[in-house]
Design a binder for this molecule. Structure first.
Ligand SMILES: *Cc1c(COP(=O)(O)O)cnc(C)c1O
Length: 387
């Protein structure tokens, strides 16, 4: 290996983020304060829909938990989730004593469909969590209409979908109940750790804000800036500790400004891969249909049978050639906790199982150079030609 190893993912942090963090450190306000508030306002402005509220939290996992709590999910309820996702989508259902019901996904988009969702509905179904896999939106219109018909709440796990257009509208501005974005280190923008809860429902927003900070009726920032006595507050519920500190929001403010440029770069990189890899024995990622777009958080390919190589060996060989790859996802039904708790078998999820066995995620992030992209393509060709 003559050149440096190309990691699977890296964040792109500039001087603007670094200086803003330093400014927060020097200001003396390191926890949730003016910058978290500004980040929320700018996030709402980015989504551009009147009446939306953005609520900054310390992870998307926290945000999903808050969202489910706010729509009233509790013991005995069922929440429908795709098996093809990260465990966070389902674990938050367990936090509330409810049961996640896993469903299979579409073979092209790897997304939950309105059909798989509708088939899993029972008397106990309280909510559904569609996941926009890799940054391509689920077909939300039919999912939302099925949900409305049965009185089911829709919480979008948009950890991959910033920014993603669905029928000309940004994810976060659809008529679902809540949308949750992630700013984890490898997502399309980062705050180190962080997330954003977005909703147009003032009652849900109010509950999330209260539960984000211990169930306190006013947050710490208001407490220290309002004219009421600073020591006075009321606990109205047993809340959580999910607020986003200003140090993280400092990063987010500048990442958000760069997001449109990041998105253009990701699209260009995906276009390059789509063209350079098209004649190989691999299935390329699903493309968005008209009036939709792809955030390209991930670039997931599938090895066809003609490739004559197992997924695991392919990843090993790519690594020997200096390229870091990953797999998205190990479906929930294969993890011991989910499998054993709910008696899940691969036969229940034939599509997701098939995707998992042949899926590889190639590196795609804004810090990659043109040369890096060429290296990845050359390595893929080399590994496939050697079998
Ligand atoms: C990353 C991710 C999450 C969790 O995001 P955090 O901000 O790390 O909590 C949730 N769902 C999906 C699909 C993810 O990929």
């Amino acid at each position: 290996m003559s050149r440096n190893f190309l990691p699977f993912a890296l964040p792109e942090i500039g001087e603007e983020e670094i200086n803003e963090v330093i400014d927060s450190l020097r200001s003396g306000w390191v926890t949730t304060g003016p910058k978290a508030k500004r980040f929320e306002e700018e996030f709402t402005a980015f989504l551009g829909l009147k009446g939306l509220e953005s609520i900054a939290v310390n992870s998307a996992t926290s945000g999903l938990h808050l969202a489910l709590e706010a729509v009233g999910v509790g013991t005995g309820d069922e929440v429908i989730v795709p098996t093809y996702t990260f465990t966070a989508t389902a674990e938050i259902v367990r936090y509330l004593g409810a049961t996640p019901i896993m469903v299979d996904v579409d073979p092209t988009t790897f997304n939950m469909t309105s059909k798989s969702f509708e088939q899993a509905i029972t008397e106990r179904t309280k909510a559904v969590i569609p996941v926009h896999f890799a940054g391509l939106a689920c077909d939300m219109d039919p999912i939302i209409s099925v949900a409305k018909e049965y009185g089911i709440k829709v919480i979008e796990d948009a950890a991959h979908a910033l920014p993603t257009l669905y029928n000309g509208k940004l994810i976060g501005t659809l008529s679902s109940d809540v949308t949750v974005f992630s700013f984890y280190a490898n997502k399309t923008m980062t705050t180190g750790e962080g997330g954003m809860v977005v909703t147009a429902d003032p009652e849900i927003a109010k509950r999330c804000k209260i539960m984000r900070l211990h169930g306190i009726s006013r947050d710490a920032f208001d407490r220290y800036t309002s004219t009421k006595p600073a020591w006075s507050y009321e606990i109205v519920a047993p809340g959580y500790k999910y607020n986003m500190p200003d140090i993280a929001a400092s990063i987010g403010i500048h990442q958000l400004k760069k997001l449109p440029a990041f998105q253009i770069k990701r699209q260009e990189m995906a276009d390059f891969y789509n063209d350079a890899l098209k004649d190989l024995p691999i299935e390329l990622p699903a493309l968005p249909s008209e009036r939709c777009s792809h955030a390209w958080h991930l670039y997931p390919i599938r090895l066809k049978a003609e490739a004559n190589i197992t997924r695991d060996l392919f990843i090993e060989k790519m690594s020997e050639n200096g390229i870091g790859c990953s797999v998205h996802f190990i479906p929930l039904h294969l993890h011991p906790y989910w499998r054993d708790t709910y008696n899940l078998t691969p036969e229940l999820f034939p599509v997701a199982q098939g995707i998992f066995e042949s899926e590889v995620s190639l590196p795609l992030y804004t810090k990659m150079t043109d040369d890096d992209l060429v290296r990845v393509v050359s390595a893929v060709k080399l590994v496939l030609s050697n079998g």
